[in-house]
Design a binder for this molecule. Sequence first.
Ligand code: SAM
Ligand code: SF4
Length: 334
Amino acid sequence: MTAPLIDPFQRAISYLRVSVTDRCDFRCVYCMAEDMTFLPKRDLLTLEELDRLCSQFVALGVEKLRITGGEPLVRRDIMTFFRAMGRHLDSGQLKELTLTTNGSQLHRFADDLYACGVRRVNISLDTIDADKFAQITRWGRLENVLRGIDAAQKAGLRVKINAVALKGVNEDELLPITQWCAARDMDLTWIEVMPMGDLGNEDRLDQYWALSDLRKAYGAHYTLTELSERTGGPARYVRLEETGQKIGFITPLSHNFCESCNRVRLTCTGQLYMCLGQEDMADLRAPLRASAENAELEDAIRRAITLKPKGHDFDYSRQEVGGQMSRHMSHTGG
Ligand code: SAM
Ligand code: SF4
């Protein structure tokens, strides 16, 4: 038996988020600049390398894999990778294979994803108004995403909608989006917007909509019951008693979940980030490429896990940004 990955604070690492590309067919205003320069292809892990690396994590006890990006479904032949990970579901080593997507390509891949063993998808959608959608995503079209959602549900995938809360943008859609999700039997989670340093979008801060304010807005229309459910991540849940809906709230950089943090993040270039709010990372691409054997890679992973910090010190409040993320979500995968 191989020893599982346990960090210095006795947290078992059972969840890996993997960014498979930094590219995307959207340019969401809070995530990317319009004229993004992407990484040269040679820097990206190949699909075979991603397979080797993720399989090594699974061998070391990772039970949940979330594939993200950039937009994971724009990576060429990405189904080859999903199929490869599906074999770990078949063996029982992996309990869940899932992805976060903007939904634009989902109509093409929903059936294949189901066939690979994927049962749930998170689809990022901040508005159900076509014009607003075009403004937020710059290059996206709402109808494609709606088509993707239809295809996903038809294929048997459980859909969760992730919406970034943007003051003055989708504030007036709190109830319409909630009701739309209820009507389609989709879970809904709101994400607090994080300030990204270098997008030339300093007005982002004006759009900061504290999730505590969202809760209050819900409270004016529904009876809220706090749920004790925890996933080892930053999400907190309430139930709307009148509809029975479960609503999630993600404050990505709040401290209140660090003690149960079970996750690490792999970038598309093979860097492992031990904490979303800290810059510490370990390069796994070099040991991966250095040898066809996995011993060196396993060593590097174990060493990296010993560096997982207890928590992070990122701090920002409604009025003031105490820190800014210099890494884009599209790089670390959100
Ligand atoms: N392209 C896929 C998508 O949009 O779902 C996956 C990658 S995307 C980086 C993952 C998540 O990060 C999305 O739900 C997106 O809304 C969120 N995100 C990106 N930039 C953000 C920011 N500045 N603040 C909060 N969430 C952000
Ligand atoms: Fe692309 Fe997702 Fe970033 Fe939007 S949030 S630009 S869809 S990676």
